[in-house]
Design a protein around this ligand. Structure first.
Ligand SMILES: CCCCCCCCCCCCC/C=C/[C@@H](O)[C@H](CO)NC(=O)CCCCCCCCCCCCCCC
Ligand SMILES: Nc1ncnc2c1ncn2[C@@H]1O[C@H](COP(=O)(O)OP(=O)(O)OP(=O)(O)O)[C@@H](O)[C@H]1O
Ligand SMILES: [Ca+2]
Length: 458
Protein backbone atom coordinates (compact mmCIF):
# COMPACT_ATOMS: atom_id res chain seq x y z
CA UNK A 1 0.00 0.00 0.00
CA UNK A 2 1.17 3.53 -0.70
CA UNK A 3 2.20 5.69 2.23
CA UNK A 4 -0.81 7.95 1.73
CA UNK A 5 -3.21 5.04 2.08
CA UNK A 6 -1.36 3.67 5.11
CA UNK A 7 -1.77 7.02 6.77
CA UNK A 8 -5.50 7.04 6.01
CA UNK A 9 -5.93 3.41 7.20
CA UNK A 10 -3.36 2.94 9.95
CA UNK A 11 -5.00 -0.09 11.65
CA UNK A 12 -4.89 -3.55 10.14
CA UNK A 13 -5.58 -7.22 10.81
CA UNK A 14 -4.66 -10.32 8.82
CA UNK A 15 -6.91 -13.30 8.14
CA UNK A 16 -5.34 -16.64 7.20
CA UNK A 17 -7.45 -18.87 5.00
CA UNK A 18 -7.33 -22.13 3.06
CA UNK A 19 -6.80 -21.98 -0.67
CA UNK A 20 -7.15 -24.99 -2.92
CA UNK A 21 -4.17 -25.78 -5.15
CA UNK A 22 -3.46 -28.50 -7.71
CA UNK A 23 -4.11 -32.21 -7.14
CA UNK A 24 -6.15 -31.90 -3.93
CA UNK A 25 -3.45 -29.82 -2.20
CA UNK A 26 -4.55 -27.15 0.24
CA UNK A 27 -2.42 -24.14 1.05
CA UNK A 28 -2.62 -21.41 3.68
CA UNK A 29 -2.90 -17.85 2.40
CA UNK A 30 -3.24 -14.47 4.10
CA UNK A 31 -5.28 -11.39 3.40
CA UNK A 32 -4.72 -8.13 5.31
CA UNK A 33 -7.55 -5.67 5.93
CA UNK A 34 -6.82 -2.03 6.70
CA UNK A 35 -9.09 0.25 8.78
CA UNK A 36 -9.21 3.91 9.53
CA UNK A 37 -10.24 3.47 13.18
CA UNK A 38 -8.83 1.32 15.95
CA UNK A 39 -12.30 0.54 17.37
CA UNK A 40 -13.58 -0.69 14.02
CA UNK A 41 -10.50 -2.86 13.60
CA UNK A 42 -11.02 -4.36 17.08
CA UNK A 43 -14.70 -4.99 16.33
CA UNK A 44 -13.79 -6.96 13.22
CA UNK A 45 -11.12 -8.99 14.99
CA UNK A 46 -13.46 -9.71 17.92
CA UNK A 47 -16.31 -10.78 15.64
CA UNK A 48 -14.14 -13.06 13.53
CA UNK A 49 -12.71 -14.64 16.72
CA UNK A 50 -16.23 -15.22 18.07
CA UNK A 51 -17.37 -16.79 14.80
CA UNK A 52 -14.38 -19.13 14.76
CA UNK A 53 -14.82 -20.12 18.41
CA UNK A 54 -18.48 -20.96 17.68
CA UNK A 55 -17.39 -23.61 15.16
CA UNK A 56 -17.52 -26.60 17.50
CA UNK A 57 -16.19 -29.05 14.93
CA UNK A 58 -12.76 -27.40 15.06
CA UNK A 59 -10.30 -29.03 17.48
CA UNK A 60 -8.73 -26.92 20.22
CA UNK A 61 -6.54 -29.48 22.02
CA UNK A 62 -4.73 -32.28 20.23
CA UNK A 63 -2.56 -35.19 21.28
CA UNK A 64 0.23 -35.66 18.71
CA UNK A 65 2.42 -38.76 18.24
CA UNK A 66 5.47 -38.51 15.98
CA UNK A 67 7.25 -41.59 14.62
CA UNK A 68 10.81 -40.35 14.03
CA UNK A 69 11.68 -43.50 12.05
CA UNK A 70 8.78 -43.79 9.55
CA UNK A 71 9.29 -43.41 5.79
CA UNK A 72 12.39 -41.32 5.09
CA UNK A 73 12.77 -40.55 8.82
CA UNK A 74 11.55 -36.99 8.36
CA UNK A 75 8.56 -37.12 10.75
CA UNK A 76 9.95 -34.79 13.42
CA UNK A 77 11.21 -32.23 10.92
CA UNK A 78 7.94 -32.30 8.93
CA UNK A 79 5.92 -31.68 12.09
CA UNK A 80 8.13 -28.92 13.48
CA UNK A 81 8.59 -27.02 10.22
CA UNK A 82 5.28 -27.48 8.40
CA UNK A 83 2.57 -28.42 10.89
CA UNK A 84 3.30 -26.91 14.31
CA UNK A 85 3.31 -23.30 12.97
CA UNK A 86 -0.13 -23.85 11.37
CA UNK A 87 -1.58 -25.35 14.58
CA UNK A 88 -0.20 -22.37 16.52
CA UNK A 89 -1.69 -19.93 14.01
CA UNK A 90 -5.08 -21.62 14.46
CA UNK A 91 -4.75 -21.42 18.29
CA UNK A 92 -4.67 -25.20 18.68
CA UNK A 93 -2.77 -26.38 21.75
CA UNK A 94 -0.88 -29.68 21.51
CA UNK A 95 0.77 -32.31 23.69
CA UNK A 96 3.48 -33.87 21.53
CA UNK A 97 5.00 -37.32 22.10
CA UNK A 98 7.92 -38.47 19.96
CA UNK A 99 7.69 -42.26 20.07
CA UNK A 100 10.64 -44.17 21.47
CA UNK A 101 9.76 -47.65 20.24
CA UNK A 102 7.20 -49.52 18.15
CA UNK A 103 3.76 -49.71 19.85
CA UNK A 104 4.62 -46.78 22.14
CA UNK A 105 1.68 -44.73 20.78
CA UNK A 106 -0.69 -47.73 20.83
CA UNK A 107 0.05 -48.64 24.44
CA UNK A 108 0.00 -45.04 25.64
CA UNK A 109 -3.46 -44.55 24.09
CA UNK A 110 -4.71 -47.90 25.37
CA UNK A 111 -3.82 -47.39 29.00
CA UNK A 112 -2.40 -44.03 30.03
CA UNK A 113 -3.51 -41.13 27.83
CA UNK A 114 -6.01 -38.74 29.43
CA UNK A 115 -8.32 -38.77 26.44
CA UNK A 116 -10.90 -36.43 27.98
CA UNK A 117 -8.45 -33.55 27.60
CA UNK A 118 -8.38 -33.78 23.80
CA UNK A 119 -10.53 -33.16 20.72
CA UNK A 120 -8.47 -35.50 18.58
CA UNK A 121 -5.32 -37.54 18.12
CA UNK A 122 -2.81 -36.78 15.38
CA UNK A 123 -0.13 -39.16 14.14
CA UNK A 124 2.91 -38.13 12.15
CA UNK A 125 4.08 -41.19 10.21
CA UNK A 126 2.82 -43.78 7.76
CA UNK A 127 0.09 -46.39 7.64
CA UNK A 128 1.82 -48.41 10.38
CA UNK A 129 1.72 -45.47 12.75
CA UNK A 130 -1.93 -44.81 11.91
CA UNK A 131 -2.65 -48.47 12.62
CA UNK A 132 -1.08 -48.06 16.08
CA UNK A 133 -3.42 -45.15 16.82
CA UNK A 134 -6.45 -47.14 15.59
CA UNK A 135 -5.53 -50.12 17.76
CA UNK A 136 -4.95 -47.91 20.80
CA UNK A 137 -8.19 -45.95 20.41
CA UNK A 138 -10.47 -48.84 19.39
CA UNK A 139 -9.17 -51.13 22.16
CA UNK A 140 -9.48 -48.38 24.76
CA UNK A 141 -13.07 -47.61 23.65
CA UNK A 142 -14.07 -51.30 23.85
CA UNK A 143 -12.46 -51.73 27.27
CA UNK A 144 -14.14 -48.58 28.60
CA UNK A 145 -17.50 -49.91 27.34
CA UNK A 146 -17.03 -53.51 28.51
CA UNK A 147 -16.93 -55.00 24.99
CA UNK A 148 -14.98 -58.25 24.44
CA UNK A 149 -12.76 -57.88 21.34
CA UNK A 150 -12.18 -61.64 21.20
CA UNK A 151 -15.69 -62.40 20.06
CA UNK A 152 -15.83 -62.13 16.22
CA UNK A 153 -19.60 -61.46 16.29
CA UNK A 154 -19.45 -58.67 18.87
CA UNK A 155 -20.70 -55.24 17.81
CA UNK A 156 -17.89 -52.79 18.54
CA UNK A 157 -18.48 -49.31 20.02
CA UNK A 158 -17.38 -46.43 17.71
CA UNK A 159 -14.54 -44.15 18.85
CA UNK A 160 -15.47 -40.54 19.55
CA UNK A 161 -12.06 -38.88 19.09
CA UNK A 162 -11.12 -38.06 15.50
CA UNK A 163 -7.73 -39.08 14.12
CA UNK A 164 -5.52 -36.87 11.97
CA UNK A 165 -2.71 -38.23 9.79
CA UNK A 166 0.28 -36.09 8.90
CA UNK A 167 1.86 -38.25 6.19
CA UNK A 168 5.51 -39.16 6.77
CA UNK A 169 5.57 -42.84 5.82
CA UNK A 170 6.42 -45.09 2.89
CA UNK A 171 2.98 -45.86 1.40
CA UNK A 172 0.67 -43.36 3.16
CA UNK A 173 -2.30 -45.08 1.56
CA UNK A 174 -4.82 -44.09 4.28
CA UNK A 175 -3.93 -40.43 3.91
CA UNK A 176 -3.89 -40.61 0.11
CA UNK A 177 -7.29 -42.33 -0.05
CA UNK A 178 -8.99 -39.99 2.44
CA UNK A 179 -7.50 -36.65 1.36
CA UNK A 180 -6.38 -37.30 -2.23
CA UNK A 181 -2.71 -36.47 -1.68
CA UNK A 182 0.01 -37.28 0.86
CA UNK A 183 0.95 -33.72 1.70
CA UNK A 184 1.61 -32.68 5.34
CA UNK A 185 0.33 -29.09 4.96
CA UNK A 186 -2.92 -30.24 3.33
CA UNK A 187 -3.52 -32.77 6.10
CA UNK A 188 -2.77 -30.20 8.82
CA UNK A 189 -5.32 -27.82 7.26
CA UNK A 190 -7.99 -30.57 7.21
CA UNK A 191 -7.36 -31.02 10.96
CA UNK A 192 -7.59 -27.27 11.60
CA UNK A 193 -10.90 -26.76 9.77
CA UNK A 194 -12.30 -29.75 11.72
CA UNK A 195 -13.20 -32.07 8.87
CA UNK A 196 -14.74 -35.43 9.71
CA UNK A 197 -14.66 -38.59 7.62
CA UNK A 198 -16.04 -41.84 9.06
CA UNK A 199 -14.20 -45.04 8.20
CA UNK A 200 -14.80 -48.78 8.30
CA UNK A 201 -12.54 -51.03 10.34
CA UNK A 202 -12.14 -54.80 9.82
CA UNK A 203 -11.55 -57.04 12.83
CA UNK A 204 -9.39 -60.10 12.23
CA UNK A 205 -9.82 -63.21 14.39
CA UNK A 206 -8.33 -66.67 14.57
CA UNK A 207 -10.17 -69.33 16.58
CA UNK A 208 -12.24 -66.79 18.53
CA UNK A 209 -9.10 -64.88 19.41
CA UNK A 210 -8.69 -61.29 18.31
CA UNK A 211 -5.59 -60.74 16.16
CA UNK A 212 -5.70 -57.21 14.69
CA UNK A 213 -7.74 -54.46 13.07
CA UNK A 214 -7.34 -53.47 9.43
CA UNK A 215 -8.49 -50.35 7.60
CA UNK A 216 -6.81 -50.69 4.21
CA UNK A 217 -5.38 -53.95 2.86
CA UNK A 218 -5.58 -57.50 4.12
CA UNK A 219 -3.47 -59.42 1.61
CA UNK A 220 -2.46 -63.11 1.50
CA UNK A 221 -0.07 -64.49 -1.11
CA UNK A 222 1.64 -61.80 -3.18
CA UNK A 223 1.20 -58.79 -0.84
CA UNK A 224 1.85 -60.92 2.26
CA UNK A 225 5.06 -62.27 0.76
CA UNK A 226 6.17 -58.81 -0.44
CA UNK A 227 5.69 -57.41 3.06
CA UNK A 228 7.43 -60.31 4.82
CA UNK A 229 10.41 -59.90 2.52
CA UNK A 230 10.46 -56.11 2.71
CA UNK A 231 10.43 -56.00 6.53
CA UNK A 232 13.97 -57.40 6.48
CA UNK A 233 15.00 -54.53 4.22
CA UNK A 234 13.67 -51.56 6.19
CA UNK A 235 17.07 -49.89 5.76
CA UNK A 236 16.20 -49.43 2.07
CA UNK A 237 13.34 -47.06 2.99
CA UNK A 238 10.27 -46.89 0.69
CA UNK A 239 12.23 -48.57 -2.15
CA UNK A 240 12.10 -51.86 -0.21
CA UNK A 241 8.58 -52.51 -1.53
CA UNK A 242 9.68 -52.27 -5.19
CA UNK A 243 12.67 -54.50 -4.53
CA UNK A 244 10.64 -57.17 -2.69
CA UNK A 245 7.76 -56.74 -5.17
CA UNK A 246 10.05 -57.53 -8.07
CA UNK A 247 11.54 -60.49 -6.17
CA UNK A 248 8.17 -61.95 -5.22
CA UNK A 249 6.85 -61.38 -8.72
CA UNK A 250 9.66 -63.61 -10.00
CA UNK A 251 9.09 -66.21 -7.24
CA UNK A 252 5.46 -66.50 -8.39
CA UNK A 253 4.18 -68.61 -5.50
CA UNK A 254 0.57 -69.71 -5.37
CA UNK A 255 -1.35 -70.90 -2.32
CA UNK A 256 -4.25 -73.29 -1.99
CA UNK A 257 -7.25 -72.75 0.19
CA UNK A 258 -10.93 -71.91 0.55
CA UNK A 259 -12.39 -68.43 0.88
CA UNK A 260 -15.94 -68.20 2.21
CA UNK A 261 -17.69 -64.85 2.27
CA UNK A 262 -20.94 -63.10 3.06
CA UNK A 263 -21.79 -60.89 0.04
CA UNK A 264 -23.11 -57.38 0.67
CA UNK A 265 -25.99 -57.46 -1.76
CA UNK A 266 -27.79 -54.43 -0.36
CA UNK A 267 -25.11 -51.85 -1.20
CA UNK A 268 -25.75 -49.35 -3.93
CA UNK A 269 -22.48 -50.07 -5.73
CA UNK A 270 -20.29 -52.96 -6.84
CA UNK A 271 -16.49 -53.22 -7.07
CA UNK A 272 -16.81 -53.17 -10.88
CA UNK A 273 -18.76 -49.95 -11.31
CA UNK A 274 -17.23 -46.65 -12.29
CA UNK A 275 -18.27 -44.66 -9.20
CA UNK A 276 -15.51 -43.48 -6.90
CA UNK A 277 -15.60 -42.75 -3.17
CA UNK A 278 -15.68 -38.96 -3.05
CA UNK A 279 -16.35 -36.27 -0.43
CA UNK A 280 -20.00 -36.12 0.66
CA UNK A 281 -20.94 -39.80 0.24
CA UNK A 282 -21.83 -40.18 3.91
CA UNK A 283 -25.59 -39.62 3.39
CA UNK A 284 -25.67 -42.49 0.97
CA UNK A 285 -24.20 -44.84 3.55
CA UNK A 286 -26.66 -43.73 6.22
CA UNK A 287 -29.42 -44.80 3.82
CA UNK A 288 -27.67 -48.09 3.21
CA UNK A 289 -27.66 -48.92 6.88
CA UNK A 290 -31.44 -48.90 6.96
CA UNK A 291 -32.00 -51.55 4.33
CA UNK A 292 -29.75 -54.46 5.24
CA UNK A 293 -30.57 -57.63 3.39
CA UNK A 294 -28.07 -60.38 2.91
CA UNK A 295 -28.01 -63.62 0.96
CA UNK A 296 -26.10 -66.67 2.18
CA UNK A 297 -22.38 -67.35 2.25
CA UNK A 298 -20.46 -68.17 -0.92
CA UNK A 299 -17.33 -70.32 -1.13
CA UNK A 300 -14.45 -70.21 -3.63
CA UNK A 301 -11.77 -72.92 -3.51
CA UNK A 302 -8.59 -73.03 -5.54
CA UNK A 303 -5.01 -72.01 -6.04
CA UNK A 304 -4.44 -68.30 -5.59
CA UNK A 305 -1.55 -65.95 -6.33
CA UNK A 306 -3.21 -63.32 -4.16
CA UNK A 307 -6.23 -62.95 -1.90
CA UNK A 308 -6.79 -59.28 -1.12
CA UNK A 309 -9.45 -57.54 0.94
CA UNK A 310 -9.50 -53.78 0.31
CA UNK A 311 -11.76 -51.90 2.74
CA UNK A 312 -10.94 -48.68 0.90
CA UNK A 313 -9.49 -48.01 -2.54
CA UNK A 314 -5.88 -48.31 -1.23
CA UNK A 315 -4.93 -45.56 -3.66
CA UNK A 316 -1.32 -44.50 -3.11
CA UNK A 317 1.41 -42.85 -5.17
CA UNK A 318 2.37 -46.30 -6.57
CA UNK A 319 -1.19 -46.86 -7.78
CA UNK A 320 -3.25 -43.64 -7.87
CA UNK A 321 -6.53 -45.54 -8.41
CA UNK A 322 -5.65 -48.26 -5.90
CA UNK A 323 -6.27 -51.96 -5.45
CA UNK A 324 -10.04 -51.54 -5.60
CA UNK A 325 -10.81 -48.18 -7.22
CA UNK A 326 -14.56 -48.26 -6.46
CA UNK A 327 -14.24 -49.30 -2.79
CA UNK A 328 -15.84 -46.94 -0.27
CA UNK A 329 -14.36 -45.65 2.96
CA UNK A 330 -17.42 -46.00 5.13
CA UNK A 331 -20.00 -48.36 3.61
CA UNK A 332 -19.46 -51.31 5.97
CA UNK A 333 -17.99 -53.54 3.26
CA UNK A 334 -14.65 -54.74 1.97
CA UNK A 335 -13.80 -55.71 -1.62
CA UNK A 336 -12.50 -59.27 -1.73
CA UNK A 337 -10.20 -59.71 -4.73
CA UNK A 338 -9.24 -63.27 -5.67
CA UNK A 339 -6.38 -63.66 -8.14
CA UNK A 340 -6.15 -67.28 -9.22
CA UNK A 341 -2.99 -69.02 -10.32
CA UNK A 342 -2.04 -67.77 -13.81
CA UNK A 343 1.10 -67.24 -15.87
CA UNK A 344 3.71 -64.66 -14.83
CA UNK A 345 2.85 -62.72 -17.96
CA UNK A 346 -0.84 -62.50 -17.04
CA UNK A 347 -0.06 -61.59 -13.43
CA UNK A 348 2.18 -58.80 -14.72
CA UNK A 349 -0.67 -57.56 -16.94
CA UNK A 350 -2.94 -57.57 -13.88
CA UNK A 351 -0.37 -55.65 -11.77
CA UNK A 352 0.31 -53.13 -14.53
CA UNK A 353 -3.39 -52.32 -14.79
CA UNK A 354 -3.20 -50.89 -11.25
CA UNK A 355 -1.17 -48.07 -12.75
CA UNK A 356 -3.32 -47.34 -15.81
CA UNK A 357 -6.99 -46.69 -16.64
CA UNK A 358 -7.56 -50.34 -17.63
CA UNK A 359 -9.75 -52.51 -15.40
CA UNK A 360 -7.58 -54.86 -13.31
CA UNK A 361 -10.62 -57.05 -12.58
CA UNK A 362 -11.48 -57.64 -16.23
CA UNK A 363 -9.35 -60.78 -16.49
CA UNK A 364 -10.49 -64.40 -16.48
CA UNK A 365 -8.35 -65.34 -13.45
CA UNK A 366 -9.55 -62.43 -11.26
CA UNK A 367 -12.84 -62.20 -9.38
CA UNK A 368 -14.02 -59.56 -6.96
CA UNK A 369 -16.85 -59.58 -4.40
CA UNK A 370 -18.12 -56.84 -2.12
CA UNK A 371 -18.50 -58.55 1.28
CA UNK A 372 -19.37 -57.92 4.93
CA UNK A 373 -17.49 -60.91 6.37
CA UNK A 374 -15.09 -63.55 5.06
CA UNK A 375 -13.01 -66.50 6.19
CA UNK A 376 -9.91 -68.09 4.74
CA UNK A 377 -8.84 -71.68 5.37
CA UNK A 378 -5.55 -72.79 3.84
CA UNK A 379 -5.74 -76.19 2.15
CA UNK A 380 -3.19 -77.92 4.35
CA UNK A 381 -4.78 -76.72 7.51
CA UNK A 382 -6.55 -79.94 8.57
CA UNK A 383 -7.08 -79.04 12.18
CA UNK A 384 -6.28 -76.24 14.56
CA UNK A 385 -3.64 -77.97 16.63
CA UNK A 386 -1.71 -78.72 13.46
CA UNK A 387 -2.01 -75.10 12.40
CA UNK A 388 -0.94 -73.81 15.80
CA UNK A 389 2.07 -76.13 15.75
CA UNK A 390 2.92 -74.74 12.35
CA UNK A 391 2.50 -71.16 13.53
CA UNK A 392 4.91 -71.74 16.42
CA UNK A 393 7.58 -73.22 14.20
CA UNK A 394 6.83 -70.82 11.38
CA UNK A 395 9.11 -67.95 12.28
CA UNK A 396 12.22 -70.11 12.22
CA UNK A 397 11.33 -72.25 9.20
CA UNK A 398 9.62 -69.64 7.06
CA UNK A 399 12.76 -67.50 7.23
CA UNK A 400 14.89 -70.41 5.96
CA UNK A 401 12.21 -71.43 3.48
CA UNK A 402 11.55 -68.02 1.99
CA UNK A 403 15.21 -67.30 1.45
CA UNK A 404 15.56 -70.56 -0.46
CA UNK A 405 14.12 -70.25 -3.97
CA UNK A 406 13.61 -74.00 -4.46
CA UNK A 407 11.59 -74.34 -1.28
CA UNK A 408 7.96 -73.50 -1.86
CA UNK A 409 6.01 -72.94 1.36
CA UNK A 410 2.41 -74.16 1.50
CA UNK A 411 1.44 -71.06 3.43
CA UNK A 412 1.84 -67.35 2.88
CA UNK A 413 1.32 -64.66 5.53
CA UNK A 414 -1.39 -62.06 5.79
CA UNK A 415 -0.32 -58.47 5.21
CA UNK A 416 -2.62 -56.56 7.58
CA UNK A 417 -2.15 -52.85 6.82
CA UNK A 418 1.58 -53.43 6.57
CA UNK A 419 1.89 -55.78 9.59
CA UNK A 420 2.45 -59.52 9.27
CA UNK A 421 -0.18 -61.70 10.95
CA UNK A 422 0.94 -64.90 12.68
CA UNK A 423 -1.96 -67.05 11.38
CA UNK A 424 -3.02 -68.07 7.89
CA UNK A 425 -6.57 -69.16 8.84
CA UNK A 426 -8.51 -66.02 9.68
CA UNK A 427 -12.04 -64.70 10.03
CA UNK A 428 -12.75 -61.09 9.11
CA UNK A 429 -15.76 -58.85 9.82
CA UNK A 430 -16.29 -55.22 8.75
CA UNK A 431 -17.37 -52.70 11.40
CA UNK A 432 -19.12 -49.86 9.63
CA UNK A 433 -17.83 -46.36 10.51
CA UNK A 434 -16.01 -47.41 13.67
CA UNK A 435 -13.56 -44.50 13.53
CA UNK A 436 -13.47 -40.91 12.25
CA UNK A 437 -10.66 -39.02 10.58
CA UNK A 438 -9.89 -35.33 10.24
CA UNK A 439 -10.56 -35.55 6.49
CA UNK A 440 -13.51 -35.14 4.13
CA UNK A 441 -12.82 -37.76 1.44
CA UNK A 442 -11.42 -36.91 -1.96
CA UNK A 443 -13.05 -33.81 -3.42
CA UNK A 444 -14.12 -33.75 -7.05
CA UNK A 445 -11.87 -31.33 -8.93
CA UNK A 446 -14.10 -28.34 -9.71
CA UNK A 447 -14.27 -26.97 -13.25
CA UNK A 448 -14.46 -23.36 -12.14
CA UNK A 449 -12.08 -23.10 -9.22
CA UNK A 450 -13.16 -19.68 -7.93
CA UNK A 451 -16.91 -20.28 -7.93
CA UNK A 452 -16.75 -23.71 -6.37
CA UNK A 453 -14.18 -22.91 -3.69
CA UNK A 454 -15.21 -20.27 -1.19
CA UNK A 455 -12.25 -19.52 1.11
CA UNK A 456 -12.27 -20.89 4.65
CA UNK A 457 -10.65 -18.80 7.44
CA UNK A 458 -8.23 -20.46 9.87
C1 LIG B 1 4.86 -53.43 -12.78
C2 LIG B 1 4.40 -52.43 -11.81
C3 LIG B 1 3.23 -52.89 -11.08
C4 LIG B 1 2.86 -51.98 -9.99
C5 LIG B 1 1.70 -52.51 -9.23
C6 LIG B 1 1.42 -51.66 -8.11
C7 LIG B 1 0.28 -52.13 -7.30
C8 LIG B 1 0.40 -51.40 -6.05
C9 LIG B 1 -0.75 -51.57 -5.16
C10 LIG B 1 -0.38 -51.00 -3.86
C11 LIG B 1 -1.37 -51.31 -2.86
C12 LIG B 1 -0.94 -50.78 -1.54
C13 LIG B 1 -1.89 -51.18 -0.52
C14 LIG B 1 -1.48 -50.60 0.77
C15 LIG B 1 -1.15 -51.30 1.80
C16 LIG B 1 -0.77 -50.71 3.07
O1 LIG B 1 -1.70 -51.06 4.05
C17 LIG B 1 0.58 -51.23 3.55
C18 LIG B 1 1.05 -50.41 4.72
O2 LIG B 1 1.53 -49.19 4.30
N1 LIG B 1 1.56 -51.15 2.52
C19 LIG B 1 2.09 -52.23 2.01
O3 LIG B 1 1.84 -53.32 2.42
C20 LIG B 1 3.04 -52.00 0.89
C21 LIG B 1 2.69 -52.84 -0.26
C22 LIG B 1 3.48 -52.41 -1.42
C23 LIG B 1 3.29 -53.33 -2.55
C24 LIG B 1 4.15 -52.90 -3.69
C25 LIG B 1 4.07 -53.88 -4.76
C26 LIG B 1 5.00 -53.51 -5.85
C27 LIG B 1 4.89 -54.53 -6.95
C28 LIG B 1 5.98 -54.39 -7.93
C29 LIG B 1 5.91 -55.54 -8.89
C30 LIG B 1 7.00 -55.42 -9.86
C31 LIG B 1 6.89 -56.42 -10.97
C32 LIG B 1 7.88 -56.05 -12.01
C33 LIG B 1 8.00 -57.06 -13.07
C34 LIG B 1 8.89 -56.67 -14.18
N1 LIG C 1 10.17 -44.81 17.81
C1 LIG C 1 9.98 -45.87 17.05
N2 LIG C 1 10.99 -46.74 16.81
C2 LIG C 1 10.83 -47.80 16.00
N3 LIG C 1 9.65 -48.12 15.40
C3 LIG C 1 8.61 -47.29 15.61
C4 LIG C 1 8.72 -46.14 16.42
N4 LIG C 1 7.52 -45.51 16.43
C5 LIG C 1 6.70 -46.24 15.65
N5 LIG C 1 7.34 -47.31 15.16
C6 LIG C 1 6.84 -48.35 14.24
O1 LIG C 1 7.35 -48.09 12.94
C7 LIG C 1 6.51 -48.74 11.98
C8 LIG C 1 6.53 -48.03 10.65
O2 LIG C 1 6.12 -46.74 10.81
P1 LIG C 1 5.30 -45.87 9.78
O3 LIG C 1 4.03 -46.48 9.46
O4 LIG C 1 5.24 -44.51 10.38
O5 LIG C 1 6.26 -45.79 8.51
P2 LIG C 1 6.44 -46.70 7.21
O6 LIG C 1 6.31 -48.13 7.54
O7 LIG C 1 7.69 -46.25 6.60
O8 LIG C 1 5.28 -46.24 6.30
P3 LIG C 1 4.00 -46.99 5.70
O9 LIG C 1 3.36 -47.69 6.86
O10 LIG C 1 3.20 -45.88 5.13
O11 LIG C 1 4.51 -47.96 4.68
C9 LIG C 1 5.15 -48.77 12.61
O12 LIG C 1 4.64 -50.07 12.52
C10 LIG C 1 5.36 -48.35 14.06
O13 LIG C 1 4.79 -49.30 14.94
CA1 LIG D 1 -15.44 -49.98 2.87
Amino acid sequence: MSQKLTEAYPYAFTVSYVERARQHRWRCSDVTFHCSEWALCQQWVQTIREQLTALTSRPKHLLVYINPYGGKQQGKCIYEQKVAPLFACASISTDVIVTEHANHARDHLKTEAELKKYDGVVCVGGDGMFSEIVHGLVSRTQRDNGVDQNSPEEKLVPCTLRIGIIPAGSTDCICYATVGINDPVTSALHVIVGDSQPMDVCSVHHNNTFLRYSVSLLGYGFYGDVLADSERKRWMGPARYDFSGFKKFLTHHHYEGAVSFLPATDTLGTPRDKTRCRAGYVILYAYNLLCKYEVGWGVVRGKFLAINAASMSCACPRSPKGLSPAAHLADGTTDLILVRKCSRFNFLRHLLRHTSKDDQFDMTFVEVHRVRRFRFTPRHCQNDSELDLRENGKQLFSQICRDHPACSSAYSSWNCDGEILPHAAIEVGVHCQLIKLFARGIEEQPLFEDLANPPCAL
